[in-house]
Design a protein. Structure first.
Length: 102
């Protein structure tokens, strides 16, 4: 499974992954990507997510660049629940703006 498919599956059924907040989601995705990286199985989109998503989120919110994407979302959204839901929209925007959607 690649990152895009995993994020899509989580968005549809977060309870299946026992993910209910943005911090748990960030840890889960970090572990997923770490496992793929250890096995030399990261695709270009996954490498880009690891390298660029924090900066893209910071630019979106005009926020400092020294924060993780999850921390930035929590800070700028009204609640952790809103940050969790907003992640999926922003991931899709990042994916499209990165040119992977073509």
């Amino acid at each position: 499974m690649n990152l895009k498919a995993l994020i899509s599956a989580i968005e549809k059924r977060p309870q299946m992954y026992n993910l209910y907040d943005i911090n748990a989601l960030a840890i889960f995705l970090t572990a997923f990507l770490y496992g793929k990286n250890v096995s030399n199985n990261l695709c270009i989109e996954e490498q880009a997510f690891q390298n660029d998503f924090d900066h893209w989120i910071a630019k979106f919110y005009d926020a400092p660049l020294n924060r993780r994407w999850s921390t930035t979302l929590i800070y700028y959204e009204v609640s952790e629940d809103a940050a969790f839901k907003k992640f999926f929209d922003l991931y899709k925007r990042w994916y499209e703006s990165s040119g992977f959607d073509k």
